[in-house]
Design a protein around this ligand. Structure first.
Ligand code: SAM
Length: 289
């Protein structure tokens, strides 16, 4: 099944979620420490999930979707109706409010009506993207049904607004971790600091010693540009490439025509790949390391 995005997120894995999920294992607890728009959450193969992100309003929104989807839908609808009636001034008013109070319903509205759905903050931590003139924002009834669906999906998740390393502290053998961090060398849109790859590799090594399984979507190429931050070979066991189409690179580099490819790393060998079961899903199956 393909799930609609309830929270639009640049860098979302939505377009490849189903294919990627074929590499997911049954586990005790599923961890997603860079949850963003959470495209992989519906595919967790367990009934216990832990998800986190560094952006507080995003985690507040996930918690609201989990506990009260009707309220979220009502909040969106009232803002959307205002927008249809009064025009783009409503967007800028809501953006100002959001920058004062970080209200998660304002945040949802902005993600649905800003240019290309791109969540962008300035150095002062203020949301600064403009109104998408040619788009009215998703219809409230459509969003309402998506919210109800996602509320059920995320019921088994606990959400935290913490750094990924804190989220992973309790990971143990038998758990599964899906990692979709920001690209190395790029500044995080929220924290405005570069993602530290050495710390990240240390964390992957720690997960290896704990005995948990992990799958990481990481470096890649956009057209002729290469973003190769290949993790040390000793850390992972299997690697392949996927076409992620209009993923984060496209948004970041504003290069819609480029083919976007990302590398996927795993610290275990998927048995089904050895049996060639996925040949039709990924045309670029790969190198076993
Ligand atoms: C590529 S996005 C994840 C997209 C997600 N897989 C999806 O399908 O929508 C990376 C996320 O990591 C978050 N992030 C960045 N640095 C982080 C950190 N140190 N700890 C936790 N989350 C972080 C960002 O806020 C962003 O939402």
């Amino acid at each position: 099944m393909n799930y609609p995005a309830v929270i639009k997120w640049s860098g979302s894995k939505r377009l490849v979620a189903k294919q990627l999920s074929q590499y997911f294992s049954n586990c005790e607890t599923y961890y997603e420490p860079f949850v963003g728009g959470g495209a992989m959450m519906p595919f967790a193969k367990t009934n216990k999930g832990v998800a986190s992100d560094i952006i507080p309003e995003l985690i507040n929104l996930w918690n609201a979707i989990k506990t009260n989807p009707k309220l979220v839908a009502d909040e969106y609808q009232s803002r959307w109706e205002d927008l249809q009636e009064k025009g783009q001034e409503v967007y800028y008013q809501i953006r100002d409010n959001f920058n004062q109070n970080k209200n998660c319903f304002d945040f949802l509205f902005l993600t649905r009506t800003c240019v290309n759905g791109l969540i962008r903050y300035n150095k002062q931590g203020e949301f600064n993207n403009s109104f998408h003139l040619s788009r009215p924002g998703i219809n409230p009834d459509t969003l309402r049904s998506q919210l109800v669906l996602w509320s059920k999906i995320v019921k088994k998740f606990v959400f935290y607004n913490i750094d990924y390393r804190e989220c992973l502290l309790d990971v143990k053998s038998g758990d599964f971790v899906f990692l979709d961090p920001p690209y190395g060398g790029t500044k995080d849109r929220y924290t405005r600091v570069e993602f530290d790859l050495n710390n990240f590799y240390n964390e992957l090594e720690r997960l290896n010693t704990v005995g948990a399984k992990w799958l990481l979507t990481f470096d890649g190429t956009a057209g002729k540009r290469e973003y190769n931050y290949v993790p040390p070979k000793e850390i992972y066991k299997h690697k392949f490439t996927i076409n992620t189409g209009n993923s984060a690179f496209t948004k970041v580099m504003n290069s819609k025509k480029d083919t976007i490819k990302e590398s996927v790393y795993m610290n275990f060998n998927p048995i089904h790949i050895q049996a060639n079961l996925f040949q039709k899903t990924f045309d670029e199956i790969t190198v076993c390391v």
